[in-house]
Ligand binder design. Sequence first.
Ligand code: BG6
Length: 489
Amino acid sequence: MPDLPNGPAPADLIIFGGTGDLAMRKLLPALYHCDVDGGLAPGTRIIALSRSGLDDADYRGKVDAEVRPALHGSEGWDAFLRRLRHVPVDVTTPEGWAGLAGLLAGHEDRDRVFYLASPPLAFGPFCRGAREAGLVTPGSRVVLEKPLGRDLAGAQAINDEVGAIFDESQIFRIDHYLGKETVQNLLVLRFANSFLEPIWNSRWIDHVQITAAESVGTPGRRGYYDQAGALRDMVQNHLLQLLCLVAMEPPSRNDREAVRDEKVKVLRSLRPVTGADADRFTVRGQYTHGLVDGAEVPGYLDEPDKNPPTDASRRVETFAAVHAEVDNWRWAGVPFFLRSGKRLPSRRSEIVVQFKNVPHAIFPGATPNRLVLRLQPDEGIHLSLMAKEPGAGDIALRPVPLSLSFSDAFSARVPDAYERLLMDVLSGNPTLFMRRDEVEAAWRWIDPIVRRWEGSAALPEPYPAGTSGPAGAHDLLARGGRAWHEEEL
Ligand code: BG6
């Protein structure tokens, strides 16, 4: 954990949605690890808000039962629990805010972070309520969880509502992929080494693949997922952010605006995929019953859920693949293939940079170099090189990996993305958060694809759970003579 410039100062971190899945699975474990690593100042409070009528003791009991078993270690756990408060809040009434106002009174000089781990429709009402209750101080920040709307117009409306209360410099739009170790290492690999830059362009690179595969399905998430689908849930944010980091020009400084300026230029250079192009350059699928890790799992429509499947469920994609092009000098003619899906054979996220073949082959059997940046499960960087197999006689070639595994190279525990991002929020560093223009540029590119899909009578292509996605995804690459990097998928 990097040291903060002057050590952390006491802050109040207010989590709206404090009993929800995100708080329990990600935020509280990350905050606990930050605490153990010395990232939270003595006196920092974590104030969970929800409509449940829990008091502090009930909430601590719930966290103790649900969060503690999944942690690495329990050193300092009781001290961490003492930081927790719970306030029942009904944002729809001014009175609902009184409990929180009482708790915050007298602490106006502290940094105050409002973390909105709630559906985006609540963002505006929450920010207005906080302001009307007099809780927004100059040292306040607000963290917005994705999805930021369902389209460009929705995102703009949310940005306007939140922007009426918080200055852009106080708004932290989170994309947790940007907090992953390999993602940050991609920037270091590109901009702290000299050997890659000369070959990081269309002259040497054939194409780039970005995959976020998950073996999990969506049990219990139908209410959200029917409205989102893989394109909005993963591609609009996580995958496009990864594409930006691969394709961006070197920023002049490692600074909040310089990095984000370069990313937004990439988003604006994406060739629009509109009308019939969307049929050619995109693929959507939905999983059906199948086998994952040897266990039978139901199809999307049969996932256990309190909401029965509707027409929206039949139409929603659990797999999306897109062929994108970045229209600029560096990347002219280099396809970027993005794909993400649920119920694929394993959980694997990676960026594959496929180089071109040597310009003149003197050895038969040489295959082009490939750089794989593995985000999960085992973070690392692997470069496949051609080498000669030992032995006399004819030269036989074999691709061999030059591998850097982060867990082998560094003995420290690899922190979860949320740990890094929460520390950045507390220290006021927005470099790894999305600026308004970035989010809107991403939606501007995604919207025409969604419109085409929604206007089509065709349903997503079925694929059995446990397979690597619909046949159309393979055809998307095969027609250019390429194939997905399937190793271990
Ligand atoms: C979230 C999506 O943003 O990312 C989920 O809403 C998805 O559907 C998750 O499962 C994947 O995150 P990770 O870090 O496990 O790859």
